[in-house]
Write a protein that binds this ligand. Structure first.
Ligand code: OOG
Ligand code: NI
Length: 461
């Protein structure tokens, strides 16, 4: 088959993201309600704050906003993770970043599968936060063995999707019919299964060790546990949720409200209780929930250090993890502490706190052949020949992720695993190295500068 008949991985990802959203709407109707709320609020923000719409137009994010979402899954074995990586690769999604959640009492480590180039992200920014269960952290040998033997027996991929992955790797792509079949077949891996693979008693044993272990081990596959749309105003969402019959978690994770958002702010609502059929009797399980997020500027190592320092200081001042009882105090402390982080794009740029994208303006293009035009980046910006916008953060935050896990596992599910980051073990299971998100942002920034230089007829900037 000639290569030109292949569907691009970006297009397969866009199809898959749409199919996943449709499936999740059917499985979890509240997700549909949430999408409506998010779309209402996004329209409102763009109408009331034209500068926000303008910034999104510069970066092109306005075109991806409505289809922007991330999902999350939890797999049980190294082999499952390695095959998931191959499945996502068909859709141009690659593992970016390593997240250790053991230090937050969750026995998993994770990566985010996503597109890595800004042009691909523009077509479909769909990402999946993917966690691998760490049975080695469970100090109950019998239970560990039980879990391992149950996991060893399951096959979370259809035979057809495995064939299509092989075929794609062998031929270098999939044609339209195969791509469509791939999307439908891949969806099966992420579906909710009403039938559990264990008895009610086994479920209880796994659950008593950690709720998350039951969620990963007791079912036929890694059901998608949430699908998260992107809002332009998470405070409005948090306020608007109860009126729509959606009870939010106590606090919004991440940085406080700002004029120029940074990184990622997230809130979620509690898991659904779902009826399940154990192999011997009926029962129920809570796994799936809803989440909403607001994305802002990707921070440089220096900006990220400042963010981490201010978040730590907030938590130290609070004297514990934020929860229902101290939510108001936490949000107030967060706001005060973060006053140290400049809320101005020009300052953030001058201080090297965030990554940016640069654009040649009409004025710059009109002046590109004049001898006396400025030629340095600073000069061009000052003269209005170059415009800049923050580069949007495409990744996740470990402290926020832990907060999302915890709120849905119940505050009683706190466990202690110490800090057990083991990126090498994760990459060995994955069969690949995870990419460094900071390098990706830096490359993206550099490409935008090169494009500017070219458009303005300058050798470099
Ligand atoms: C993943 C939780 C983390 C996020 O957005 O930070 C997450 C999970 O519960 O499996 O999705
Ligand atoms: Ni999430």
């Amino acid at each position: 088959m000639p290569a030109h008949d292949f569907v691009s991985p970006d297009s397969i990802r866009a199809q898959f993201s749409a199919a996943m959203s449709l499936m999740y709407k059917q499985e979890v109707p509240l997700y549909g309600t949430l999408l409506e709320l998010v779309s209402e609020i996004n329209q409102q923000v763009m109408a009331q704050q034209p500068e926000v719409a303008e910034a999104l137009r510069w970066t092109g994010e306005i075109e991806r906003l409505d289809q922007e979402r991330h999902g999350a899954i939890r797999v049980g074995t190294a082999a499952e993770l390695a095959t998931i990586a191959r499945l996502f690769a068909v859709m141009g999604m690659h593992p970016v970043g390593y997240y250790d959640l053991s230090s937050a009492g969750v026995p998993v480590h994770s990566t985010a599968f996503r597109a890595v180039h800004e042009q691909s992200l523009h077509i479909s920014p769909f990402r999946v936060f993917t966690s691998l269960l760490r049975l080695e952290l469970i100090d109950n040998p019998q239970l560990r063995e039980l879990a391992e033997s149950i996991l060893a027996k399951r096959q979370i991929f259809t035979a057809r999707v495995l064939e299509l992955i092989d075929q794609c790797e062998r031929d270098g792509g999939l044609d339209a019919a195969d791509a469509e079949a791939f999307v439908q077949e891949a969806l099966h891996t992420f579906r909710w299964h009403h039938d559990a693979t264990v008895t009610a008693e086994q479920y209880q044993q796994l659950h008593d060790q950690h709720r998350l272990i039951a969620d990963v081990v007791a079912f036929k596959g890694p059901h998608i546990n949430h699908l998260t749309p992107r809002t332009l105003d998470i405070d409005a969402i948090q306020l608007g949720m109860p009126a729509k019959g959606i009870p939010p978690k106590a606090v919004v994770e991440g940085p406080p409200t700002r004029r120029h958002p940074i990184l990622l702010r997230q809130t979620s609502f509690k898991a659904l209780q779902e009826k399940v059929a154990f192999s011997d009797q009926q029962g129920s399980h809570t796994a799936r929930f809803g989440e909403i997020e607001q994305r802002g500027a990707a921070l440089t190592p220096k900006g990220r250090q400042l963010y981490d320092k201010l978040l730590d200081a907030t938590r130290a001042a609070l004297g514990g993890a934020p929860a229902e009882a101290n939510a108001e105090r936490y949000m107030a402390l967060l706001k005060d502490t973060f006053a140290e982080f400049p809320d101005d794009l020009a300052q953030m740029r001058e201080q090297g706190l965030a990554y940016f994208r640069y654009f040649a303006t009409e004025k710059g293009l009109a002046a590109r052949d004049q001898d006396d035009r400025p030629t340095t980046l600073e000069g061009l910006i000052e003269a209005g020949h170059v415009h800049f916008e923050a580069l949007v953060y495409e990744d996740f935050l470990p402290v926020s992720a832990a907060g999302i896990f915890q709120s849905n596992l119940g505050d009683d599910a706190q466990a202690e695993y110490g800090s057990n980051a083991n990126r090498d073990a994760f990459e060995a299971a994955l069969g690949l190295q995870v990419q460094d998100e900071l390098a990706l942002y830096a490359q993206s920034e550099r490409r935008s500068l090169q494009a500017c230089a070219q458009a303005l007829n300058l050798g470099s900037m």
